[in-house]
Design a protein around this ligand. Sequence first.
Ligand code: NI
Length: 163
Amino acid sequence: MEGKKIYSQGGRGLKDRGAKEAMIRITRKVEFSAAHFYHNPKFSDGENRRIFGKCSNTNGHGHNYTLEVTIAGEPDPATGMVLDLKELKDILQREVVDRMDHKHLNYEVPELAGKIPTCENVATVIWGLLEPKIIQGRLDRVRLYESEDLFADCTAEKNGSGR
Ligand code: NI
């Protein structure tokens, strides 16, 4: 890693040969509630029931989602921060909470139109919404919990921003 400090052989003091700051990952969490159901119009009713189980009930059901968004970068020496966390909070509010909180994901979120709103697909859509908005640092991971024991990760490696 570039941020590694270099110790002199004699062990007297440490030399910092123009080393950059250490790479840091910082995470902010936000919660929202939304409704959804799983249904593929290409499947028969029987197939929808078999594949999606109770989630196929087209009356829908709700989840309390927890979203963790991780930004990677080097802290600015002047501020000690990778990015302005207040600004990140505003971005999450604007791009995710305002768009999805207390909404029906099958009907009310244009970015999910035509997609089955699984945890995986919602995480992918959130990645697409956030990635262009992160100017300082880079988006490293979007982790979306649908419940305490289920979450999906969307990460930089697979999304072309592993700069
Ligand atoms: Ni569900």
